[in-house]
Design a protein around this ligand. Structure first.
Ligand SMILES: Cc1cc2nc3c(=O)[nH]c(=O)nc-3n(C[C@H](O)[C@H](O)[C@H](O)COP(=O)(O)OP(=O)(O)OC[C@H]3O[C@@H](n4cnc5c(N)ncnc54)[C@H](O)[C@@H]3O)c2cc1C
Ligand SMILES: *[C@@H]1O[C@H](CO)[C@@H](O)[C@H](O)[C@H]1NC(C)=O
Ligand SMILES: *[C@@H]1O[C@H](CO)[C@@H](O)[C@H](O)[C@H]1NC(C)=O
Length: 386
């Protein structure tokens, strides 16, 4: 795939080629427009922000207040609530793209991209055709591919196994026993949604995790942490956040949720592991409506899940809330900017520019906030050379 036969046609693109039509890709295209620079956005799916349109559960809302999740140049409508819903977020990104005249080419999966040093261009191939440009912007996201662990026995299970990205809502699970594996934001919120739809959820929590309240005394926990970080060292900020957390939601260890030794903000900055923002699952755990299983899964059986201690739990469905991964290294050749796990080698804020006109937007582990920062910087940089 990497070689470029002489008979292949690569259409010259005026301006950068942007891979991915999610919030990051749309934002960088909009910022480029602002500099008077055209671009070509290639999107594998059939719509913009397809992660949100096709792969997010119905009940999801922004976890952080909207002003932390704005794309550059155009904020959320004033009428939006503090935490926009999934539909509101999709409407925002759609209106944003319309406003700046960003029109991705849909159903174009980039299968390979490589640099031609003699001519100084990037050549990009989709399943249908080829393009070339001096600039290539990678905006395929930290969530390009579902992370599905190989668990022994999945094939003998008589119920249904799905990844969290396939879960929409709990209406079809009413009265059903569902085991949710993984305790990040998705796992916790899907368990809560199941509970709200009259299902019987079990959440499997093997690793330690920080759960923090969404707000403290009317202010978002994230906002408080960011403000404190301007004045205090991160370890102290974590101490403050954790003591307030204990005060507000109590000791989560009692519910079977161990806290990591490293504090929540430090863990986010150093390892990219976001704390779980509680939107109601904890109180359902306290009442026993969501049952916590503090065990690793050994295997899947005909009727359910077997844990490390040999206990078996019968269930009708298993939801793998096991996360996502970047998919860049599978198609981008000739650059060592990305590590094998598809993330830039350098971390925020030095994660957006690499050699030969290659850029990355949205690989900051800081969500939409990081993506917005990257998008402006990339557009400015290309603008200076245009
Ligand atoms: C359930 C859920 C809730 C979230 N909540 C928040 C939140 O509250 N706040 C926040 O800041 N972040 C949140 N996030 C993180 C999320 O990653 C960002 O909100 C945002 O979607 C990132 O935008 P992006 O454009 O970088 O990546 P994506 O939205 O993933 O967009 C990347 C696009 O690239 C396309 N693509 C991938 N590979 C190729 C290829 N080879 N060729 C062509 N196209 C390709 C994909 O189809 C996709 O449309 C959430 C994520 C999930 C899953
Ligand atoms: C990741 O990229 C590879 C190579 O393009 C592709 O075969 C695979 O299907 C991709 N996965 C997803 C989920 O897009
Ligand atoms: C739940 O999801 C189904 C599709 O899976 C949809 O038809 C239905 O409207 C949703 N129910 C609610 C209450 O949102």
């Amino acid at each position: 795939m990497g070689s470029t036969g002489k008979d292949e046609v690569f259409t010259k693109v005026e301006g950068p080629i942007i891979v991915g039509g999610g919030p990051s890709g749309v934002a960088v295209a909009a910022c480029l427009k602002q500099h008077g620079i055209p671009s070509l956005v290639l999107e594998r799916d059939d719509c913009i922000a397809s992660l949100w349109q096709h792969k997010a559960y119905d009940s999801v809302k922004l976890h952080l207040p909207k002003h932390f999740c704005e794309l550059p140049l155009l904020g959320y409508p004033k009428t939006y609530p503090k935490y926009p819903t999934k539909d509101e977020f999709i409407a925002y990104v759609t209106a944003y793209a319309d406003h700046f005249g960003v029109k991705p080419v849909f159903n174009q999966r980039v299968e390979s991209a490589g640099y031609e040093p003699e001519r100084g261009v990037w050549r990009v191939k989709t399943q249908d055709t080829g393009y070339e440009s001096r600039w290539l912007v990678v905006a395929t996201g930290e969530n390009a591919e579902a992370l599905v662990p190989e668990i022994m026995g999945s094939e003998v299970f008589e119920g249904q196994v799905m990844h969290a990205s396939e879960y929409k809502n709990g209406s079809v699970f009413k009265g059903k026993r569902v085991v949710v594996i993984g305790c990040g934001n998705s796992g916790m919120e899907i368990s809560l949604d199941l509970c709200n739809h009259g299902a019987v959820p079990f959440i499997v929590i093997r690793n330690s995790v920080h759960v923090v309240p969404k707000e403290m005394f009317g202010l978002s926990t994230f906002g408080i942490a960011m403000t404190l970080l301007k004045w205090l060292p991160i370890k102290l900020v974590d101490k403050v956040i954790l003591s307030m957390t204990n005060y507000i939601i109590g000791d989560t260890e009692k519910l079977g949720i161990r806290r990591p030794k490293t504090g929540p903000m430090e863990l986010k900055m150093t390892a990219g592991r976001s704390p779980v923002i509680d939107v109601g699952a904890l109180s359902k755990m306290k009442t026993g409506n969501i049952k916590v299983v503090e065990q690793g899964v050994r295997e899947i059986t005909k009727n359910g899940v077997m844990f490390m201690d040999g206990q078996e739990l019968e269930c009708d469905c298993i939801v793998l809330a096991t996360g996502y991964k970047s998919n860049v290294t599978s198609w981008l050749k000739g650059s060592d900017f990305f590590t094998d796990d598809g993330m830039p080698k350098t971390s925020f804020p030095n994660n957006w520019k690499c050699e030969n006109g290659l850029y990355a937007v949205g690989f900051t582990r800081l969500g939409l906030l990081g993506a917005a920062c990257d998008a402006s910087k990339v557009a400015n940089d290309i603008g200076n050379k245009w």
